[in-house]
Design a protein around this ligand. Sequence first.
Ligand SMILES: [Zn+2]
Length: 442
Amino acid sequence: MLKTFAILICKIAKKLAQKLGRGSSFPGKVALKICPDILSRVSLPANIIAVTGSNGKTSTVEMIYHILVNSGFDVVCNKEGSNQIEGVTTLVLDNCDLRGNFKKDVLLIEVDERYAKYVFSYITPKYYLLNNLYRDQMTRNGHPEYVFEQIKLSIRPDSTLILNADDPLISSLAKLYDNTVVYYGAEENQYVTEKCQSIYNDGYYCPLCKHKMIYDYYQFAHVGKYECSHCDFEREQPDFAITRIDLSQGYMIINDEYRIDLAFRSLHNAYNCLAAFTLGRCMNISEEILVELLNSYVIKNGRIREFAYKDIGGTLLISKHENTVSYNQNLNYITSLKDKIQLVLIIDDISRKYFTSDTSWLWDISFELLNSKNIKKVIVSGKYINDVAVRFNNGDVDMNKVVLKDSVNEALDELDNDPQLRTFVMTCFSDQDKLLKEVEVL
Ligand SMILES: [Zn+2]
């Protein structure tokens, strides 16, 4: 009875929340108040797929969704990113009948890395994909090592772990548990570096014995080929590997055979595609079909958006504030292009979840990349322009090409209407509306 009541209230609250424009976590919150273990009382499908990690969860989940739906599965997914226990509860109960029977074939969920332990104390994913651990919203989440400790608590013995072999924090989970593991990763390529390119290195010490790690090469941040100088921990050979990649041509080859055209030409996106491919193989979808589906995939999650301002066309690249890797990826991307570029950087509301004025993360981003010859102009806007300027100055960013403007409007008016220039905007989704309301979204 309690179960039925909780499901009913959740469904009613969901309808109400939709009318009131409230988020999707509220109905789940109410249901959990009524029946705290409601998730363990409902009948879920055999195929529960969960994705967690710092960067790329949403993109990966969307690609997996595209693959599964187009392979004939009836899939439910928290695409809006309500990825804590309340949001997952809303999703599950809304798709159950009043007896608690889940009505679809597959439950696909993106889970917050710190809160996964709560979600999986009630439900066990069949496939649990963990992609990476980077510094992300440190004031909220803490250090990746702390997040790693939280993720450990979310591992259930019956889950098959799908792990990024190149991230030592993630792949060390295989040494700590007896779960079945499937690895994915990228082999050495023309983009690897001998030294860690990031200002900090979260792979400096072995996650298992805390001795120094030795890297053959880095793909980016602390992701690469490593081994511990003390214990037997080392990068495992991936089951599914990017054996060739060409970002200027925009493709990658998986396991020497399967060519995927990349919708967005970044190494990080290549890892996300590979993760989705790996999951697809776990679900017994053939390589040929996966290639076809990934090649037809159009990025939809709004992380990249085209817009026009007056006669100037531009591209918004969502770059998460308080997340170095997210900014560095986009900086690497624009500086790798052959085009001449003008860039608008909007840093106004720093935090995505609560108010903070912490700007320390600005010092971790490789803004020196802006010295690249193809970057012709950088327009900085938002509350924190002076903090950014101090950061640029201390990092020897060429200030001759930097313009500071308080408002987004002024920043947009500063753009040159020059057909030779490609225009990019980098900002967080917490700040994106300040741009989007001033431009025509294409
Ligand atoms: Zn070790």
